[in-house]
Design a protein around this ligand. Structure first.
Ligand code: FAD
Length: 378
């Protein structure tokens, strides 16, 4: 109802390519990928060929050097398609930027071209069985052994965990310290002592290979340190606004799509001899959800605009993540209700979208932590 003003005709042409790609290459197979617990590895390479991976990476590393709106389009179209197993956003807009912003020239040359082509899949491993919200409590250690770090520990809930070839690992280079002892290391999954554990059985996002990872005496070359030793926490704080914006982009797109599916359904479905859409409750619910989602869209697009100007600050990104994911979950729940019993059936996209939405309030920092961040700024 309120036209978006952020995208020009080049962006819209790219959106069409992404949409078509997902319709042809992902939607028909996603159900099988849910059973497999992971998407087809070839999708990464196909997406890489079309410039859908890491769109913002500079030309000197084989990228297209596009602005962040291209990334936003990929994220929104994945959300619109309902293919929640596709872990491109984390790979393109979290993993690659860490290497670009903090890696040595050698690391950039080595990894970024392969992330762009889809030859390598990226993941980031912060969370551990005993430390999620409180990352200062990370127990994984990377001890300086002269020409390498010796990495020991374990991680859990790692997106792209089974398919990952390269993982950014949060570890303590000084275990006696909290934030100040934390560093980021680029670790190759084929390193000796690196083991992939269970592909975790989740409530939703069934085609996403969220996994455990284990490190036992993994030798990580010294040059695989991102930036300075002990600077890891500072880098995490720098990158988190973009990560939270990604979550918001998914949240609002998914909510809009759920409303679209629901409108279609309630116009078809009859009860008491008339379409469900004719009941005042249905019409008012959909009107409320539409208003809420419009507000979310305006909030999100303004944050996207600020991010393009390099002005999206940490509390605003946290507020966006918390508010839009609460919105997404509310919309999914109300829309599922309007589908009646069919809404609870896995074969209906609304059931999957409802299950997929719940984790948005948990990962990338829980919504309670988002409120803490906002509250600290007040
Ligand atoms: C599907 C999925 C994908 C994920 N992908 C990744 C990934 O790719 N990489 C990665 O590193 N991690 C990933 N995570 C992990 C995710 O980021 C963490 O689960 C999340 O940060 C919460 O940590 P936790 O699970 O340890 O919960 P806890 O920190 O134990 O929190 C438990 C509860 O306590 C609350 N709480 C904690 N501290 C406070 C506080 N100070 N004030 C108020 N309430 C508080 C929390 O909000 C929560 O409600 C993923 C998780 C899931 C489920």
């Amino acid at each position: 109802m309120i036209p978006r003003t952020l995208f020009d005709s080049d962006h819209e042409a790219f959106r069409d390519v992404v949409k078509k790609f997902l319709e042809q290459e992902a939607v028909p197979y996603h159900e099988q990928w849910e059973k497999d617990g992971q998407i087809d590895r070839n999708l990464w390479k196909k997406a890489g060929e079309l410039g859908m991976l890491c769109p913002t990476m500079p030309e000197e590393y084989g990228g297209t050097g596009c602005d962040f709106r291209y990334s936003a389009i990929v994220i929104e179209e994945i959300a619109n398609s309902g293919c929640s197993g596709i872990g491109f956003p984390l790979h393109s807009d979290i993993v690659a930027p860490y290497i670009l912003h903090y890696g040595s020239e050698e690391l950039k040359q080595k990894y970024i071209p392969k992330l762009i082509s889809g030859e390598m899949v990226g993941a980031i491993a912060m969370t551990e069985p005993g430390a999620g919200s409180d990352l200062q409590g990370v127990k994984t250690t990377a001890i300086d052994k002269g020409d390498h770090y010796l990495l020991n520990g374990s991680k859990t809930f790692i997106t792209n965990g089974q398919l990952a070839d390269v993982v950014i690992v949060v570890a303590k280079t000084d275990p006696a310290e909290g934030a100040k002892g934390t560093s980021l290391l680029v670790v190759e999954a084929n390193s000796d002592g690196f083991e992939k554990g269970q592909n975790l059985d989740k409530v939703g996002m069934k085609a996403q290979d969220t996994s455990e990872l284990f490190f036992q005496d993994v030798k990580v070359p010294k040059e695989n340190l991102l930036g300075g030793e002990g600077q890891g926490f500072f880098y995490l704080m720098q990158e988190l606004p973009q990560e939270r914006l990604l979550v918001g982009l998914t949240a609002v797109a998914a909510a809009e799509t759920a409303i679209k599916w629901t409108k279609e359904y309630v116009k078809e479905r009859k009860a008491f001899g008339k379409p469900v859409m004719t009941f005042q409750n249905t019409r008012f619910k959909l009107a409320e959800l539409t208003a809420d989602t419009l507000a979310g869209r305006c909030f999100l697009d303004r944050c996207l605009e600020l991010h393009l100007e390099g002005k999206l600050d940490v509390p605003t990104a946290a507020a966006l993540k918390q508010w839009t994911t609460d919105l997404q979950c509310k919309v999914m729940d109300e829309c599922m209700q309007l589908f009646g019993g069919y809404g609870y059936m896995w074969e209906y996209p609304i059931a999957r979208a409802w299950a997929d939405s719940r984790v948005q309030k948990i990962y990338a920092g829980t919504n309670e932590i988002m409120k803490e961040i906002v509250a600290r700024s007040l």
